[in-house]
Structures are given as structure tokens and as C-alpha cells.
Design a protein around this ligand. Structure first.
Ligand code: UD1
Ligand code: MG
Length: 467
């Protein structure tokens, strides 16, 4: 069955007490609205329309960026959910098919529930749910299987408030009948708003069929109206993502302390230790290990990669068999080819380490390319910034970089060369060359005992200068 989806997202979200429109508040790094549009798409909607209003520019900008084919319609004043639907009338004029209405603040909605209500016959199909705590929701007033009306919390009697079946704000309509019924909608209620659930009464009066469908669980239809509910929803969503990965063959230690965003992919037999953060478009292959306290974003990690604890990784590529950490900071543009290794207290940025390169300890490697098999000694620094511009260091294959070498970029080192420990390399080094660039050592023979004798003359072992 074909259907269109209308998402209500014009409200301010007063209960959020925020400068950001409610539907743009992020859950696991993505705005709430992102999840609703995604679910509508996955359910198979032939068209998705979003009602925007409060800070429409920001919401429209988000839609253009993430979902360029979604249509935005404008609700100038936010006079209620029924009024919001009216804003789409012009866009849908002449449309006689099914229209599913979703709330921009119900981000956990599942595509199968959208499909289910779209496919259920009825002029108005309303998705309801049994809420553990129904406070704040519209209550569903029934007479056995028949729904008589939906009462908003603020309009409900004490007796009605005790009802635990709630309106999820998710409906499927015969579009033509909906727009016709909306003409009769009033705002005579506690909030002076045009309530969409009130069309139910109009439908019944006109003998249009109203069919309730109960959601299998409450979680997937919960509304997010404040930051507490946002955190509850985020936890549910995260558990969903982790469970899906667990069932596909990923092991999580301390799953409760792993933060993971919806676009992250992880392959089979990989082990992720919490606490860790996996963000953005990160892709982790099979048979990898990610130790605790890692924070990885927008990176591509191939199969069999080891990331030891406490690593911070951004826009980096780690090819098969490479390893990093513990305590490494890999910034944007870092690439480690197969079997390359970056160890403890090493920072990289736009650093391309070819196959088998090792930089095991205490280095800064920025704006550089390092050839296959090269060993980078402890304390090596590529001095890429002269205070004005960034410059590149190019180191060839099988080079031995002595500890504490400084490369004053731009500079090149040829294949097979050696730099002596403590060298400051300011000029290019040809191939197969030993470069020594440090102050020459001077030995004062016999001077040590002179110094020691002077120390002994001082009481308590202190030198005169130190007294
Ligand atoms: C609404 C329902 C309530 C239901 C609950 C489920 C109404 C009157 N009440 O209440 O029965 O239990 O959802 O979560 O519909 N919006 C607009 N324009 C407006 C007003 C709202 O686009 O003028 C949008 C909001 O941005 C939001 C959605 O509609 O995404 C729902 O509005 P909200 O104020 O959150 O309604 P609730 O009080 O949650
Ligand atoms: Mg709401």
C-alpha cells in the first residue's frame, strides 16, 4: 500500500527551556527529527512532508542537508497539532490516498509500526499504547473496542487521568476526509489550541471509521517533551543499537558504558570495551579490539586492528593489522597502512604511515609521509609549523629515525638513511646517509673528581651555592 507521511515539527518545545528547536535536540548525535524521517523512509513512504514553524530556517537547513527530497511546509503560528496539519493542506490538495501523521518528538518510532497503521483499514487509525506512567499524554477513552474520544491531560477529569492507555500522536488517515474534518475543528479547550486528536470526534459524528491499534510496547512511541525524557529515549535507542550489533556477532564488555551513534558499523568477532565512545560515520571491521576509554569518530578501521585503551581518534584510516595506543591521539587525515603501529603518547595529524612503520613512543607526527618499514624513535617531532605556515616532512623507506630527532619542515629524508639521536634535521638527507645534526660532545678528562672533591668539602653534602 502506498502512503505519504506528514511529520509535525513546528512546535517550540517550551518544556525543553532551550534556544534550539525541540526536534533538533540530538539523540546519540543526530536530531530527533532525523530518526523520525528515517523511520518514515524505511517504512516505505512515497513522500515525506515536515511541518516547520518555530525557527523554521534551522529546521529547514537541517532537512536540506540531510534529506534534500523531504518537503517542508510552513505553519506560521503554532496553534496546535490540528492547526499544524492544516499547513500541509495546500501541498496535499487533490491527494486522495493515505496519510500517516507522525510527531517530530517521537523519535523511537519503528518503521514496522508506521507500516502497520498505514496498512490497517479505517478512515482514522490511531496508534495507542499502555503507558507505565501516562502523565502528560492524551488519554484514550473507550467503550470496549470502540474509541469514544481522546482527552488531553489538561482537559481530563481525575477519573480519566487514571486511564493508562495513551494516544501516541501517530495516526493514519484517509487524507481527503482528514482535511475535510479539520474545517470543523475548534480550539475550545484548556490550552486554546486546535488539537489533532479532536478530529476523532468529528470523524465519529460523520460515521467515518475510527480504528485503534495498540503498540506492542510503549518505548517505541514515547514522546520527548523535556531533557529528562530525551535522556530516557537516548538510553533506549543506544540499547537497541548495541543489541543489534551483539546479535550480529560483536562482543561488548560493559555495554552500559559504551556510547554509540546510529551510523557506526562494527564487524563480526570485534570486541569493544566500555567505557568508550564510537561516533559519526565510524566503520570498524571484523576481529578488531577496541580497549576501554577510547573515543573514535568518523574513522575507518579495517579488519584485525587493535586500538589499546585511552585513544582519541578522528577522521583516521587504520588498515588491516595496524595497531595504536595505549594513549594515542590520532587527528584528522591520519592513515596507518597494514601492520603500522603508533604507540604511547604519540600524536598524529595528516600523517601517512606506510606499511610496517613504527612510532612507538612520545612523538608528534604532523603533515608527513613516512615510508614503508621506517622506525621512528621516541621523542621524534616533525616541526611542521613555522608560526606562519604548515610544511611537510617526507621520510623514505627503511629509515631509522634516532630518538629525539626534530625535523624542521619542509624537509626530506631519503630511503635507508639514519638520523642520529638528538638531531635537528634542517636540510634534506640523501638516500643511505647517516645524518648527525647535534652539538659535538666535549670530554674534560679528570674534571669529575675535582667536582666531587668540592662537594665533599661542603658539610651535609650540600654545595655552598645551595645553602
Ligand atoms: C501530543 C498529543 C497527545 C499525545 C502526545 C504523544 C495533541 C493535542 N496532543 O501531545 O494526545 O499523547 O502528543 O506524544 O496532539 N506541533 C506543531 N505545531 C503546533 C503544535 C505542535 O508542529 O502548533 C508539533 C510539535 O513540534 C511536536 C508535535 O507537534 O513535534 C506534538 O506536539 P506537542 O506539543 O509535543 O504535543 P504533546 O503535548 O506531546
Ligand atoms: Mg510531545
Amino acid at each position: 500500500m502506498t502512503f505519504k507521511v506528514l511529520i509535525l515539527a513546528a512546535g517550540k518545545g517550551t518544556r525543553f527551556k532551550s534556544n534550539l528547536p525541540k526536534v533538533l535536540h540530538p539523540l546519540l548525535g543526530k536530531p530527533m527529527l532525523w530518526y523520525v524521517v528515517k523511520a518514515a523512509r524505511e517504512a516505505g513512504a512515497e513522500e515525506v512532508i515536515v511541518v516547520v514553524g518555530h525557527q523554521r530556517e534551522r529546521v529547514e537547513e537541517f532537512l536540506r542537508r540531510e534529506f534534500p527530497d523531504v518537503i517542508a511546509v510552513y505553519q506560521k503560528e503554532q496553534l496546535g497539532t490540528g492547526h499544524a496539519v492544516m499547513a500541509a493542506e495546500e501541498r496535499l490538495s487533490g491527494y486522495r490516498g493515505r496519510l500517516v501523521v507522525l510527531n517530530g518528538d517521537s523519535p523511537l518510532i519503528l518503521p514496522e509500526d508506521i507500516r502497520r497503521i498505514a496498512e490497517t483499514p479505517g478512515d482514522m487509525v490511531v496508534l495507542t499504547a499502555k503507558a507505565p506512567d501516562p502523565t502528560g499524554y492524551g488519554r484514550v477513552i473507550r467503550d470496549d473496542s470502540e474509541v469514544l474520544k481522546i482527552v488531553e491531560e489538561k482537559d481530563a477529569t481525575e477519573e480519566e487521568k487514571r486511564i493508562s492507555e495513551v494516544n501516541t500522536g501517530i495516526y493514519a488517515f484517509d487524507a481527503a476526509k482528514l482535511f475535510d474534518a479539520l474545517k470543523e475543528l475548534d480550539n475550545k479547550n484548556a490550552q486554546g489550541e486546535y488539537y489533532l486528536p479532536d478530529v476523532l470526534k468529528i470523524f465519529k459524528k460523520r460515521d467515518y471509521s475510527v480504528v485503534p491499534v495498540i503498540s506492542k510496547d510503549f518505548e517505541s512511541v514515547m514522546g520527548v517533551n523535556n531533557r529528562y525524557e530525551l535522556s530516557v529515549a537516548e538510553k533506549i535507542l543506544k540499547n537497541r543499537l548495541i543489541k543489534k550489533l551483539q546479535l550480529s556477532g560483536v562482543t561488548f564488555h560493559n555495554p552500559n558504558s559504551v556510547y554509540i551513534e546510529p551510523e557506526v558499523e562494527v564487524g563480526r568477532e570485534t570486541v569493544i570495551c566500555g567505557p568508550s565512545y564510537l561516533r559519526g560515520k565510524t566503520k570498524i571491521g571484523q576481529n578488531c579490539y577496541v580497549g576501554p576509554f577510547c573515543d573514535i569518530a568518523d574513522s575507518e578501521i579495517e579488519n584485525g586492528v587493535t586500538v589499546e585503551s585511552h585513544c582519541w581518534i578522528r577522521r583516521t584510516v587504520l588498515k588491516s593489522g595496524s595497531s595504536v595506543g595505549p594513549f594515542a591521539k590520532l587527528r584528522e587525515g591520519t592513515v596507518l597502512e597494514e601492520e603500522a603501529r603508533v604507540g604511547t603518547f604519540v600524536e598524529t595529524k595528516k600523517a601517512y604511515l606506510e606499511k610496517g612503520v613504527k612510532a612507538n613512543h612520545l612523538s608528534y607526527l604532523g603533515d608527513c609521509r613516512i615510508g614503508e618499514g621506517t622506525n621512528v624513535g621516541a621523542g621524534t617531532i616533525t616541526c611542521n609549523y613555522d608560526g606562519f605556515n604548515k610544511w611537510k616532512t617526507e621520510i623514505g623507506k627503511d629509515v631509522f629515525v634516532g630518538s629525539n630527532t626534530l625535523f624542521i619542515a619542509p624537509v626530506k629524508v631519503g630511503d635507508g638513511s639514519i638520523t642520529a639521536a638528538g638531531s635537528v634535521i634542517t636540510e634534506d638527507v640523501p638516500e643511505n646517509t647517516l645524518a648527525v645534526a647535534r652539538a659535538k660532545q666535549v670530554n674534560y678528562v679528570g674534571k669529575a673528581s675535582v667536582i666531587k672533591e668540592r662537594k665533599r668539602r661542603v658539610k651535609g653534602g650540600h654545595t655552598e651555592e645551595n645553602r
